[in-house]
Write a protein that binds this ligand. Structure first.
Ligand code: ADP
Length: 578
């Protein structure tokens, strides 16, 4: 469809509009800015009439007097007392009239000149501004706005942002100081919305570290508490697992699962596969042509040439496979590659662009519709990730001894096995689940993702998990496993380099690029995620089997808090977290 667009032109506020806005603001705040007309306790129209009459009458009088003086050859600079009074009145009434009618007119020129200096015309786009209203309802009581800027210079920039003469997104570039830009934007936002941002901290964050890579137009940062679960004994090593969450009892419950695993001898993990995917969609004039390219791409003898093209743009991205799917004239090509310690979305996308450029010369009728055709599939529930995997595919298992199931998890093996079958397997099948054959994998995945700077939106596919439970050793002990085919994590790039997130990665011993084999750190992080999910599954399933779910939620997740009576960790741990 051909969509015709007109460039958007942000209307520059006229003097009259500004004057009107100022009046409205004054009325709203109840504190009018002082004006010359305030000096006389008369209605505005009367004051104006007086000064108009005064101005023109004394001007007329003075002109008459000067004409007489010129005719009589008298010196002009010798003035009588009435003439002096007339001159004073003329100046006074001129100042009044200029203040009332003229200042805004003059200011519009000053503002225009200043804006030119800021090169503010950059992204003025000429389309009709959409009709919009402010947010929801106004605050019931006016918010107490704590100013985020103090200097007069910043005050002036705030006003420009409010008027729209400086785009908010350009502040970093214009003021050349990321923290200052955040404060100015924050102040403008407070004034535009009339709502206070008190409680959202702005100090104590390095805004330079997020510029052009993590977050645009910052006004502060959200604090999320980080708790520690563990030690998680996994593959013979102990890990203290950082979890960023505001869900009460989640950390305590995972901690209980870690304890059950630890005293049973630990968990073991295996990486089944490691490859990030990107799937562009291309269109041909016919389905036959789409199939030609499919056969070409899937022919093993063409793989090396394609891999050479793909691998050009990175030292770490190495093409593994190309899986194709045809829909009529359209072809979806799912490229998979290892990405070292990076989560890898940028890397794989660059490689795909190289290959598309290469293919275009042999397939000139190929119309590239999009670099991502959703066959990838990123940040959406999709069977392709559940079946084929994306990122790291991990299986993690442990055998929990009978007495540990009783003492730590407060239930028994048979009850857990039955609950797992009826809830995580049959129950999820009844619900038509896609990758959701577990109790609450996403709880643990999200908390670790946020703590370690992963992309939280990839929690969607990273939480795909099937939890299996089986009685072993003559039915006495419990074999528990989680299989997670698409854990998408990295230890370099994105949010991993920010100070807090980097500290959490450091705690796990997986900060940054691995010294030895590229990708070792990110793979280890994926196994830690799976191991923690195993712990979380054990604890929640036990809580449900023991009938603690609702009781614990009511007791610890909805309480109006009295911090002097914080519950003991063991009480919290038996909570269910669904
Ligand atoms: P992503 O592809 O996950 O979006 P980036 O685009 O930030 O991540 O890519 C990661 C960057 O880190 C690349 O420039 C890459 O060259 C660099 N890098 C350094 N060491 C490694 C490593 N061990 N594994 C992967 N990338 C690495």
């Amino acid at each position: 469809m051909d969509v015709r667009r007109r460039a958007y032109k942000v209307p520059r506020p006229t003097a009259a509009v500004i004057h009107q806005e100022q009046q409205q603001q004054s009325q709203a705040s109840g504190s009018a800015a002082p004006k010359a007309s305030d000096a006389l306790p008369l209605p505005l129209y009367l004051t104006n009439a007086i000064f108009f009459t005064l101005f023109f009458s004394v001007a007329y009088y003075l002109l008459l007097r000067w004409r007489d003086k010129i005719r009589n050859s008298m010196p002009l600079h010798v003035v009588t007392l009435p003439e002096l009074a007339a001159i004073v009145s003329l100046i006074a009434s001129f100042i009044y009239l200029l203040g009332f009618f003229g200042i805004d007119f003059v200011q519009s020129f000053i503002a225009r000149a200043s804006n030119d200096a800021w090169d503010l015309e950059d992204d003025d786009v000429d389309v009709d501004p959409p009709e919009h209203r402010l947010l929801t309802c106004p605050p019931s009581a006016p918010d107490h706005l704590i100013p985020a800027v103090t200097s007069a210079e910043d005050e002036e920039i705030v006003e420009w942002v409010i008027k729209g003469t400086i785009p908010s997104h350009a502040l970093e570039e214009k003021v050349g100081d990321c923290k200052r830009a955040a404060c100015i934007r924050r102040e403008a936002l407070q004034r535009i919305t009339g709502r206070s941002l008190q409680g959202l901290p702005v100090d104590g964050f390095n805004y330079d570290s997020i510029l052009k890579q993590c977050c645009e137009m910052p006004v502060g940062y959200v604090q999320i508490p980080v708790g520690i679960a563990g030690p998680l004994l996994l593959d013979g090593f102990e890990y203290s697992v950082p979890m960023a969450t505001t869900e009460g009892c989640l950390v305590a419950s995972t901690n209980r699962g870690c304890k059950a695993i630890y005293v049973s001898g630990g968990a073991t993990s295996t990486i089944l596969r490691d490859g990030m995917t990107r799937a562009p969609v291309v269109r041909f004039p016919s389905a036959v042509r789409a199939c030609h390219l499919k056969f070409f791409l899937e022919n093993p003898s063409n793989f090396q040439a394609l891999a050479d093209e793909f691998n050009q743009s990175s030292n770490f991205a190495r093409l593994q496979s190309i899986q194709c799917s045809v829909a009529g004239k359209n072809l979806y090509m799912r490229f998979s590659c290892c990405t070292g310690d990076a989560m890898g979305m940028n890397m794989v996308s660059k490689g795909v662009e190289n290959v598309l450029r290469y293919l275009k010369s042999d397939y000139p009728d190929m119309d590239i519709i999009g670099i991502s055709g959703n066959f990838c599939s990123d940040k959406k529930p999709a069977a392709i990730n559940w079946i084929e995997g994306r990122g790291k595919s991990v299986v993690c298992e442990a055998i929990i001894k009978e007495e540990i199931v009783k003492k730590v998890l407060k239930t028994n093996v048979a009850t857990l096995v039955e609950l797992n079958m009826l809830k995580n397997l049959a129950g999820s099948a009844v619900a038509g689940a896609l990758g959701g054959f577990n109790a609450h994998a996403s709880n643990i995945v999200s908390a670790i993702f946020i703590a370690t700077g992963q992309d939280p939106a990839q929690n969607v596919e990273s939480s795909h998990c099937i939890t299996m439970m089986e009685a072993v050793n003559d039915g006495k002990d419990l074999h528990v496993s989680v299989t997670m085919p698409s854990i998408e994590v990295g230890t370099v790039g994105g949010g991993t380099q920010l100070a807090s997130q980097s500290a959490c990665l450091n705690l796990l011993g997986v900060k940054g690029a691995s010294k030895g084999l590229p990708g070792a750190n990110s793979r280890l992080l994926a196994t830690i995620v799976a191991g923690s999910v195993l712990a979380g599954e054990l604890s929640l399933m036990a809580a449900i089997a023991d009938g603690q779910l609702v009781k614990s939620h009511m007791k610890y997740n909805r309480s109006s808090k009295d911090v002097s009576k914080v519950p003991h960790m063991n009480d919290l741990a038996s909570n269910g977290l669904e």
